[in-house]
Ligand binder design. Structure first.
Ligand SMILES: [Fe+2]
Length: 450
């Protein structure tokens, strides 16, 4: 596996990175048996066949106008243009027969790659395309869009019925006990969200721009994310049965969906629900394992909020998370929690090193200057901040919907990254978001006391 490097720019390296990103997503489709392509493992998402065509159609729709290329299959360009994210109903109803054959999609993909690669060969990245953006920006968008799908595709594959995935490896049970919980005091100071709009700063998505310096009063934060062992205490204390821990809309969702445990947890047959760890299993990417106590608990925002309420604490705001991760006692701010060195595997569980989580205390070298651990990788972390624009927000003219469609008050900011997050998206200004009732994200939480 490639060691994450500082992100290089320049046409050859960007084209090389596009090639690497393609190899990542190709490898995921190779895990699928042909009869799985028309499955819909998550009911709010498209069938898998859509994603096979989507990555190429996205690149084509983004780059072909700039390169003044003529489409050979406008119908596929449209069919595979956009994913879906219904919030609160409106689930898709299409049938497998509504979609083209795998071979047709693969043919389309090959042709798109060939046409784009020929046109991109030797292009000057500083040159502005007709839409006013440089080729450098457009290529970054294509690469990161694909790499984001390299993560979210894994959420989909993780939900396929057992036996539908070829198994490249099996995870051994992780028997390390969960670390002792400790809360770390963070003195008052400032957190800098976002980034300035300057060429030198490199690529960022629309929602990362505008820099915002926010004063943060003193607070304390968990040293580690909430583990499976912690979350099991909530479950055993009746957390899923007590309405008082849940926001009204979260309770309603949980009742309607009959959710009684984290999405990837399984109860061993005939085991009593409220007994100890030994009765629970976790569904890993390619199998199951006795519930690893020391792994971060992957839960929805609704469950994370209920847990925090039960524990008498709160989820951090985006600014608090930044302060704990990047701030320091002398008031300066770092590029990464551990300092300024680019990400490498000693700092956290990210960049496709593993398919599954690892113990929350496995990467002390990735700790922030305050000693907060496991901040980047091993699971995104929920915040209490509703996803919104930073000051001076401007959407990309060629992708106006990327963030703006989600400024609806119904999505929450996540920070950090998972085992399946590319190192390029561990940059400080990167923001992820999801709605509170989507349990498929590799997302955990840590709590704060104000
Ligand atoms: Fe997409």
């Amino acid at each position: 596996m490639a060691t994450p490097q500082r992100i290089a720019t320049g046409t050859p390296s960007l084209l090389m990175r596009l090639g690497e990103a393609r190899a990542r997503t190709d490898a995921l489709f190779e895990l699928l048996s042909p009869n799985s392509f028309y499955d819909r493992p998550i009911r709010e998402r498209h069938r898998l066949i859509f994603y096979l065509g989507h990555l190429e159609a996205f690149d084509w729709n983004l780059l072909s106008p700039a390169l003044e290329l003529v489409s050979s299959d406008a119908a596929f360009d449209r069919l595979f243009a956009f994913g879906i994210d219904p919030v609160g109903g409106g689930l898709p109803t299409d049938k497998p027969s509504d979609w083209p054959h795998i071979a047709q999609v693969e043919f389309y993909n090959r042709r798109v790659r060939q046409d784009l690669d020929e046109a991109l060969e030797g292009i000057e990245i500083d040159r502005r395309a007709k839409n006013g953006h440089t080729y450098e920006t457009l290529l970054h968008v294509a690469i990161e869009h694909r790499l984001m799908h390299a993560e979210t595709l894994v959420y989909l594959l993780h939900n396929l019925a057992t036996g539908k995935l070829q198994r490249p490896q099996l995870v051994q049970g992780d028997v390390k006990p969960a670390p002792k919980r400790r809360r770390i005091a963070i003195p008052r100071g400032f957190a800098t969200l976002g980034r300035q709009r300057s060429r030198a700063g490199g690529f960022g998505w629309d929602n990362e721009f505008g820099e915002q310096r926010i004063p943060v009063p003193e607070f304390s934060i968990d040293e580690f994310p909430v583990t499976n062992a912690d979350f099991l205490r909530f479950l055993r204390a009746g957390g899923y049965e007590e309405r008082k821990y849940w926001k009204a809309e979260d309770w309603e969702w949980k009742e309607k969906e009959r959710i009684t445990q984290p999405h990837l947890w399984l109860l061993k047959q005939d085991s009593p629900r409220l007994a100890g760890e030994s009765n629970w299993m976790q569904r890993t990417m390619f199998g199951t394992t006795p519930l690893p106590e020391s792994w971060p608990a992957y839960v929805s925002h609704a469950e994370a909020t209920a847990y925090a309420t039960w524990a008498g604490v709160k989820l951090p705001t985006e600014a608090q998370w930044h302060r704990a991760a990047y701030g320091s006692p002398d008031g300066s701010e770092r590029e990464y929690p551990w300092g300024f060195a680019p990400p490498d595997p000693s700092k956290g569980n990210f960049h496709f090193e593993r398919w599954d989580p690892c113990p929350v205390d496995a990467h002390p070298e990735g700790a922030s200057s305050f000693g907060v651990q496991d901040l980047l990788g091993n699971g995104w972390e929920w915040t209490s901040t509703v996803f919104g624009p930073l000051p001076g927000f401007e959407p990309f003219s060629f992708y106006r919907r990327y963030s703006a469609d989600f400024f609806d008050g119904k999505h929450f900011v996540m920070k950090g990254g998972s085992a399946r997050t590319d190192a390029s998206m561990l940059r400080r200004s990167f923001r992820n978001w999801f709605q509170p009732h989507y349990p498929h994200v590799y997302a955990t939480l840590r709590c704060v006391e104000n």
